[in-house]
Design a binder for this molecule. Structure first.
Ligand code: DGJ
Length: 724
């Protein structure tokens, strides 16, 4: 049983973790989250108030203080001085509430979350939900705390619903998805930070007194901070030690905050960023927060990543392609940019087919007068000068070759130089009397406006139905500035950021349901919206615009902390690389790209005969390994953030075969071979690697002796197979 309720406490347990909250004097307190407790004495979770200088709720009950013990869903102003989980203003203009326990409900399966992406349960899953209702006795609001307990995944999901039960308006100024309180601050905060073309680098720093946070104010989850953080012990390594993961299923402005107080306790909250946020709740209306996916492990970072990988692969991603090996993509972007025509695309497609690729993607530039990035977003009609036979003619011809056809779209955007803008300037996000600032010469459509959304759904439905389209790259190339909506009332302007995301989710839900055969890949100037919210609709994301092999090693390694390799788009692109001007061999670039959903953006017309033969051979080799790469468990062996070399490996479910990838980022002379400690093998089986036989135990404990290539960007793939 995942939920044990006794002694005024709720003990939620998964296979290896316990989560305990308890009611005291009507209030709900957070007591524990961590390694599983066997038959805990729930009564013993006492309050820690020690009559130190502080504030308390009643003279006769001095231990009732929210300053020293944290509420499970804390509010501000009633002896709690930290940033709260909920902050709201009622009709009297103040923001004081007392949330006390009213009732709870336990249900088999997963709770429902309205209009937001969320993890789901399938028949036969050991999943239970707990919903605890808290109320403010003055009658202003009710709060439902949702807990989804996934026993076999060691995951607990959390979300919240806030209902206005007062007669007047309630303004919700902050509603976090979760809050927990750790009794110490002896942790490091680990996060994935970056920039465009440098996404999701791993950062780790000790907690210190005060607030530390990761956040986005950009209208998208962002290149800069991923909506993920982990608290790990200072001694936690890749393979050992405690780690708590918090991952927000949301694609907009978010915040993850850790507050270390005067007693060195740490409060963790995560949810929608309260900055530029305020939600108006009329009587009986409900506001739902996004979902936070939490996991705890004592098996180091790799244990945490494995929990997320399995969970996101199996219980967040959906659709036809969830469990299906993805086609090898050929994308024309880095080859032609905006400059192409039908015949040129057909020529490239023929070559792609001859090399063994499976899907031809027509990227940006096929519509309106889109000959550069400065125009035509919003004018979604085919440019007949470039494509005289239309998308249908092009797609059918490509299909006849035995390739699938895919298309690039950027439906959230509008160019000021476009027919759509001339007709509907009020459909842009902007504010009166200010000239809108630009990003990539474009503006953002106001997805809080239902009229805009209906238009986009209609036009996208027409395009996707107009040609044999099997894949869509859904791009989004700028953040939101000048956050104002002509559609929203003056008082509701601060709802824009969240309403935008709700609008986007609505559009995506309808389109993925209408076109279940289409493989959708999300993209945001590369990896600016690589988050679980988008993965709910689209099972893969373009990881970064930077396709340089060495940069990609870091980006993909960092991304793998939370996201499974099968969610990452990874292509081999031309050299010298457009971003960093470096050149590596075809094989080295292929080894890096094999980690994710594999593809090419090369000018196939310019390859020499030898290069084409090499490319063909590699694709054949890739096809032999793709099941393992797609379904196998991924292990990080050497971090490119701490070393001048890197290594990772994939092991198949039955531990029969493994693929070891080693990379030299920066070569130096006079080094010894490394003993690489492999992972995930069967200790008692014999494996063949590099022509020798070893036991799994030897490979994992003593290690495989490996010589790293003596060349910047050099790589090697070592195949490890059970010996018969
Ligand atoms: C940004 C994407 O990340 C690129 O791959 C490409 O699709 C361009 N947009 C097209 O404008």
């Amino acid at each position: 049983m995942a939920i044990d309720i006794r002694e005024g406490c709720f003990h939620l347990s998964t296979q290896n973790t316990s989560y305990i909250i308890g009611i005291y004097e009507g209030f709900l307190f957070h007591h524990y989250y961590g390694k599983k407790l066997i038959e805990p004495n729930l009564k013993s979770f006492k309050h820690r108030y020690q009559e130190c200088y502080g504030h308390y709720m009643k003279t006769e009950l001095r231990e009732l203080s929210f300053e020293s013990d944290s509420l499970e869903y804390p509010n501000y102003g009633r002896t709690d001085f930290k940033h709260p989980a909920i902050h709201m203003v009622g009709k009297e203009g103040h923001s004081i509430i007392d949330l006390t326990y009213r009732e709870h409900k336990v249900m088999a399966g997963k709770y429902e979350l309205v209009d937001l992406p969320h993890a789901y349960a399938e028949d036969g899953d050991d999943v239970e939900s707990l919903i605890i209702t808290l109320v403010d006795d003055t009658g202003s609001i009710e709060v439902d705390l949702f807990y989804g307990i996934y026993t076999d995944y060691d995951v607990i999901t959390r979300a919240t619903a806030i209902r206005n039960t007062s007669e007047g308006l309630v303004r919700v100024e902050s509603a976090q998805s979760m809050s927990i309180q750790m009794p110490t601050s002896n942790y490091d905060l680990l996060s994935l930070c970056g920039a465009w073309a440098r996404e999701r680098h791993v950062y780790r720093q000790n907690l210190h007194k005060g607030s530390q946070c990761i956040e986005s104010l950009r209208g998208a989850s962002s290149h800069q901070f991923n909506p993920f953080m982990a608290l790990v012990r200072p001694e936690t390594t890749e393979n050992l030690g405690e780690a708590y993961g918090f991952s927000l299923v949301y694609s907009g402005n978010f915040i993850g905050r850790v507050q270390v107080d005067q007693h060195d306790t740490s409060r963790i909250t995560m949810g929608i960023n309260p900055f530029e946020f305020c939600w108006h709740l009329q009587k009986d209306e409900v506001f739902y927060t996004p979902e936070c996916v939490m996991t705890y492990v004592d098996k180091g970072l790799s244990g945490m990543s494995h929990n997320y990988h399995r969970f996101y692969r199996e219980r967040l991603c959906r659709g036809t392609y969830r469990d299906k090996v993805r086609p090898i993509i050929y994308n024309n972007w880095e080859v032609t940019f905006f400059d192409f025509d039908h015949d040129q695309l057909i020529g490239l497609a023929k070559e792609a087919k001859a090399c063994g690729m499976e899907l031809f993607v027509l990227d940006d530039g096929w519509f309106g007068h889109r000959n550069n990035a400065a125009q035509s977003l919003g004018d979604w009609w085919v440019n007949k000068e470039k494509l005289p036979y239309g998308l249908k003619g092009l797609g059918e011809e490509i299909n006849k070759m035995g390739l699938k056809f895919g298309l690039w779209l950027e439906p959230e955007m509008i160019s000021p130089v476009s027919h759509l803008y001339n007709e509907k300037p009020e459909w842009c996000i902007s504010v009166p009397r200010y000239v809108s600032s630009l990003g990539r010469e474009q503006l953002v459509l106001d997805y809080s406006n239902p009229e805009v959304i209906d238009y986009i759904i209609t036009i996208m439905t027409e395009i996707l139905g107009s040609a044999p389209i099997d894949y869509v790259k859904w791009d989004m190339n700028r953040y939101i500035t000048d956050a104002g909506s002509f559609y929203l009332e003056k008082e509701r302007q601060k709802e824009l950021f969240h309403r935008y995301i709700l609008g986007l989710y609505k559009v995506l839900e309808i389109l993925v349901a209408r076109f279940p055969h289409i493989l959708f890949e999300s993209c945001a100037g590369g990896g600016g919206r690589f988050d679980p919210g988008m993965l709910y609709y689209m099972p893969q994301t373009w990881t970064s615009d930077n396709t340089d092999a060495i940069e990609r090693i870091k980006i993909q390694y960092g991304t793998s902390l939370v996201y499974p390799p099968r969610t990452m788009g990874a292509h081999v692109s031309p050299v010298p690389n457009h971003h960093v001007n470096r050149s590596y061999s075809l094989r080295d670039r292929e080894h890096v790209a094999m980690m994710g959903n594999f593809g090419y953006e090369l000018n196939l017309m310019e390859l020499t005969g030898d290069e084409k033969t090499e490319l063909k051979e590699h694709i054949e080799k890739y096809k032999c390994h793709r099941q393992l790469l797609f379904n196998g468990d991924y292990y990080r062996l050497i971090s490119p953030f701490e070393n001048r070399i890197a290594a990772w490996m994939f092991v198949d479910e039955n531990k029969e075969k493994a693929l070891l990838f080693i990379f030299t980022l920066h070569a130096v002379n006079n080094t010894l071979p490394q003993y690489l400690h492999l992972k995930g093998l069967d200790s008692y089986s014999l494996y063949e690697a590099d022509g020798e036989i070893y036991s799994g135990s030897q490979l994992m404990n003593s290690g495989l002796q490996v010589k790293f290539p003596k060349k910047d960007g050099g790589s090697r793939l070592v195949i490890i197979e059970k010996s018969r």
